[in-house]
Design a protein around this ligand. Structure first.
Ligand code: NAP
Length: 255
């Protein structure tokens, strides 16, 4: 499948993996709807991608935790771009790293609302469009954290496990509609992820990626591009990708 003149909606495109996927899709002539809360960052990206690749990009300031906000954002998409071909459910975060008995309730709420409810809200609005045109693709960015819990990862791991189950459920419910679903589980990718997890503590965040070579956003974007460009009869359902030095969430070969 060629991405030329297709439309992809990428959530969380202001940084990291989402920004890399939006950029990769634009390189392949895909029109874009990109969303995030930091609208200045997506506006900048939009200008850059339009100038470089001549694609149409619209930006939507959106906090995916609030359904009303998501619905208003969705309704603002111009009709000619509403026929979304690819939905990349990427926006997400980890907040804090603590035992469940010491967990911060606000951190829990933020992860559950963003990673699970936000993903469901936007999917609920986009999927009927795909079903109506008997084609489309959803790429859910879950995590290796969704495959097995790791120490102090508790609620983040649970939200990503939920994303994995939602991906499975989508593939079942959408069977026969022509809409494809892919779940991607990355291991460690160097983005703003750890900075967000540690509430802006850059020293702690940098330590996460020290003494080994982590993945970068472009590595995940390459995979998303491969998934999105398979012929219509091919559905890649599930991918796990880690740095070569990472075997499981916790087994990392640091030199
Ligand atoms: P990142 O650099 O921090 O980017 C996260 C993106 O999500 C940002 O664009 C952020 O935009 C957006 N976002 C967060 N909360 C949001 C909200 N309430 N409403 C709308 N957008 C929101 O992190 P990343 O590593 O690229 O993470 C992308 C996805 O990959 C996440 O789902 C994460 O769980 C997953 N993942 C990451 C890793 C890793 O090691 N980095 C590994 C496995 C899975 P704004 O702040 O501008 O709103």
């Amino acid at each position: 499948m060629n991405l030329k003149n297709k439309v992809a909606l990428v959530t969380g495109a202001s940084a990291g993996i989402g920004k890399a996927i939006a950029t990769k899709f634009a390189e392949h002539c895909c029109n874009l709807i990109i969303t995030a809360r930091r609208v200045n960052l997506i506006d900048e990206l939009s200008k850059e991608l339009t100038a470089k690749y001549g694609v149409r990009v619209i930006t939507i300031e959106n906090d995916i935790r609030n359904f009303e906000n998501v619905k208003i954002a969705f309704d603002s998409i111009p009709d000619e771009l509403k026929k979304i071909d690819i939905l990349v459910n990427n926006a997400g975060l980890a907040r804090g790293l603590s035992t469940i008995q010491d967990g911060d309730i606000n951190d829990w709420e933020e992860m559950i609302d963003t990673n699970m409810k936000g993903l469901l809200y936007i999917s609920r609005l986009v999927l009927p469009i795909m079903v109506a045109k008997s084609s489309g693709m959803v790429i859910n960015i879950s995590s290796i954290a969704g495959r097995a819990a790791y120490p102090k990862g508790n609620v983040y791991c649970a939200t990503k496990s939920a994303v994995r189950t939602i991906s499975e459920a989508m593939a079942i419910d959408l069977n026969g509609t022509g809409v494809r679903v892919c779940n991607i589980d990355p291991g460690m990718v160097e983005t703003e992820f750890s900075l967000v997890r540690f509430h802006g503590d850059s020293e702690k965040a940098e330590n996460v990626y020290k003494q080994f070579t982590p993945l970068i956003g472009e590595d995940i974007a390459d995979i998303a591009l491969f998934v999105a460009t398979r012929p219509g009869h091919v559905m890649i359902q599930d991918i796990m990708v880690t740095p070569t030095d990472q075997a499981t969430a916790m087994v990392v070969n640091r030199k």
